[in-house]
Design a binder for this molecule. Structure first.
Ligand code: GDG
Length: 532
């Protein structure tokens, strides 16, 4: 992997969180540190357990880089130095974690406000759920500026700064303007990008676009999101020169490249965990949730989010049981829904709707010894989740809009017996990669959706095995390591000024030649010399 020598990662969530261990405190076991007076014995550290954070942590360890993130643990700032930095992992201290201290008001406005009441619904096409509150955007700008200042303190002329996600739409331009021009600024946007017609509802749309165009490289899961981003730039920033073929934008003398690179999962770890899930673990899990042992099992694993299409899935299941009474008592659907962003009214309403639909359907079809839907909001340990994945005969992902969707990929990686079936919404980024061997669903066409559930349950064992085998090949070939390798390859190319656009026939850098006939408003003033 071509990892940059000087890498700075910026994300909202941190890889390590320090928390006071309340048990040690109450037992009186806490030992105050001789120098600081802090009860270090009473502090425990949460380590990264999954997803991108766990994938990036070893990379940062290898490069001795810097990770800048919100310090949300109650003991976080009792272990940092005067610059809010702490060496991590705790035992080895291979790289620097720089923590950003945010007030409750800042978190409420930046995270629960502009990020999740405006950008999240908008990017998923739910313009009607956009909720504008006074001050949220100003806080969002302030928090982005705080992160940008921290980046500037750590950056060198060789730095590659890699921001994660929609919490930082304004920071790239701020960073670009405050660090050496030879450094590289890049971002991965983990959620979809909307059409220009939807983006019109973004209250601060122009500033969001201008902020993102501070990046040298802007990554999305799939190319159609990158194209939608370029369409929005063309529509709402008429001074920008957009080259759709090369996927570049030249604006105020700076060139941004937009790419689509679908993210994978740590397939080996899901595979291993699923293989080691023994009968006792499964038995205990089934007992805990009252799941009958000898039924066909369906599974859904989602954050309790209105984008995930859970009510549509429940309606399709209801139709399925209506049309197929023979499956009553024979098929149980387990829905694991993790509550998230519950302070936001749209999420609270959605949670109520899902719970009441589950109750209604269970009252309609349930008997003394069988419920069609087993519903839990518990957060399961990864080993339990993998045991469920392995045992589930089918998994349903019915998102109405989803940047990628990792659950679909985790299920495939954990299907070590090769006999599960994936039903996958055609509105997920993952569908572009898995559609050939998954059963595709349109989540809003609920009658057809119900038919697809029946199809999945009646596939021949050979067809099921063939599909799963092909899916597993895809998932293992395109795992999180492969994705990171691609990211670092793009980053290195941009950093070294050797960019070749994804679909371009030309092997030369296109920063200048890519411009369309629209003129640059400030040509050349901020362009990094190595790129032109
Ligand atoms: C965003 C984008 C994109 C859930 N419950 C438990 C648990 N989980 C884990 C899953 C999975 C993750 O949460 C959910 O990931 P998704 O990709 O499905 O969805 P988002 O949270 O919306 O993620 C999405 C992703 O970013 C990455 O770029 O794919 O499109 O929306 O990893 O396993 N894990 C455990 N217990 C639970 O109860 N251990």
């Amino acid at each position: 992997m071509r990892v940059p020598d000087s890498l700075t990662v910026v994300s909202n969530r941190q890889p390590y969180r320090h928390e006071y261990d309340t048990e040690a405190e109450t037992n009186g076991n806490a030992e105050p540190d001789a120098e600081t007076g802090t009860d270090t014995a009473a502090i425990s550290v949460d380590e990264p357990t999954g997803g991108l954070t766990a994938g990036l942590d070893p990379v940062l360890q290898e490069t001795s880089g810097t990770w800048i993130a919100w310090g949300d643990g109650d003991a976080d700032f009792d272990v940092t130095d005067a610059r809010d930095c702490v060496g991590v992992p705790p035992e080895e201290e291979c790289y620097t974690l720089r923590r950003i201290d945010l007030s409750d008001d800042a978190v409420d406005a930046y995270y629960r406000g502009f990020s999740n009441r405006v950008l999240w619904p908008l990017c998923h096409g739910f313009a009607e759920l956009v909720e504008e509150r006074a001050d949220d955007f100003e806080w969002y700008r302030t928090v982005n500026a705080t992160f940008a200042d921290a980046v500037a303190e750590h950056a060198s002329s060789e730095s590659v700064v890699w921001l994660q996600d929609y919490h930082f739409a304004l920071a790239p331009r701020m960073i670009r303007e405050s660090i050496p021009s030879s450094a590289t600024v890049a971002q991965f946007w983990h959620i979809p990008w909307p059409s220009p017609a939807t983006f019109e509802y973004c209250p601060e749309g122009k500033q969001v676009l201008e902020g993102l165009l501070g990046n040298d490289l802007l990554g999305f899961h799939v190319e159609r999101y990158a194209d939608a981003f370029l369409d929005c730039v063309r529509r709402y920033l008429p001074d920008a020169a957009v080259d759709r073929e090369r996927r570049t934008v030249r604006y105020k003398g700076h060139t941004t490249r937009a790419v689509g690179t679908p993210m994978g999962v740590d397939a080996d770890s899901y595979d291993q965990r699923a293989r080691t899930a023994d009968a006792d673990r499964l038995h205990a899990l089934f007992e805990r949730y009252d799941i009958p042992q000898n039924v066909t099992l369906g599974l859904g694993v989602d954050r309790l989010d209105y984008t995930k299409g859970i009510p549509e899935r429940l309606t399709a299941l209801e139709r399925f049981f209506e049309a197929n009474p023979g499956w009553r008592g024979e098929f149980t659907f387990v829905q694991k829904a993790t509550p998230s962003r519950t302070e936001i009214p749209a999420y609270a309403r959605h949670g109520d709707l899902v719970r009441s639909e589950v109750d209604r359907i269970n009252r309609r079809f349930g008997t003394d010894d069988w419920q069609p839907i087993v519903y839990t909001e518990d957060i399961l340990p990864a080993d339990d989740l993998c045991a469920l994945y392995r045992h589930a005969d089918l998994l349903i992902v019915s998102s109405l809009c989803d940047g990628m969707n990792l659950v679909a990929q985790e299920y495939v990686a954990a299907s070590v017996d090769g006999d599960g079936t994936l039903l996958l919404s055609d509105r997920t980024g993952a569908h572009e990669r898995l559609s050939e061997n998954a059963i595709s669903i349109n989540p809003t066409a609920v009658d057809e959706f119900a038919d697809r559930i029946e199809d999945a349950l009646t596939l021949s064992p050979q067809d099921r095995a063939r599909r799963m085998d092909a899916l597993r090949k895809t998932i293992f070939e395109n795992d999180i390591d492969a994705w990171m390798e691609t990211q670092f390859e793009w980053l290195s190319r941009v950093h070294d000024g050797q960019w070749t656009a994804p679909n371009s026939q030309s092997g030369t850098d296109d920063a200048e030649s890519g411009a369309n006939s629209e003129s640059d408003s400030d040509s050349g003033s901020h362009e990094r010399t190595s790129l032109v």
